[in-house]
Design a protein around this ligand. Sequence first.
Ligand code: SF4
Length: 261
Amino acid sequence: QAFSGSYQPTFDPAPTIWQRRRAASNDPDLQGLADRLNRETEGKDASEILKAALDPALGLRVGAISSFGAESAALLHIVAETDRDVPVVFLETGQHFLQTLSYRIQLTKALGLTDVRLVTPDANEKASLDARDDLWRTDADACCDLRKVRPLARATVGFNAVITGRKRYQAATRAELKPFEVLDGVLRINPLADWDADDVEAWLEAHDLPRHPLVEQGYRSIGCWPCTRAVEDDEEARAGRWSGMDKVECGIHLGKRQVAA
Ligand code: SF4
């Protein structure tokens, strides 16, 4: 189960920003495009998948999402090698480890990324819903909605395609992940869908990429500090996310309808 059953959105569960995007959209048939690209890139590597998506002939307005976490350097390296000017959205929840914030700066510089956008929660929503920064204790789904889902919706309103670093191996909720899918009227590009932890490690090693400083302390999947712990060697990487809560995803990859369900 992705979301705790008790979660009821405390405000409009379908932001008008999504509705505006749909109403104003003259996008191509994104589902048809996703199906075509999944066929055409079958057997191709991550760089080729990304290059296919960034083909100017497709006319997509593409951004990337990154948590600047344990595995992020691999995707961002491939993005930078393909087009370092692709906008990269970082959800600045206000609850990150300080190590994540310094790693973002280090990695951005190392890769030469030119357009990393820090996206924060809406100040008014935060003031009314989480003035004391402790909503995560009582309603983690609402906290993620406030600090991640809604800011991402606002930040990506100009995009019709978003690159993510999600991988099938990471969680049962991602077991069916394809390189291309459509969610909330946006094409999701997942070049690393069939990578596993060894593939990530091999890529980081081969390209001598900087590591998130918490990885050596046992953090193999890194989100906000209140909702992340180090994991043992025999645990799955994401076992340290929302540990002890009935929650496995923040919601940005599930779609608004599922968030509101
Ligand atoms: Fe809030 Fe935790 Fe979600 Fe971060 S991961 S937005 S602190 S509930």
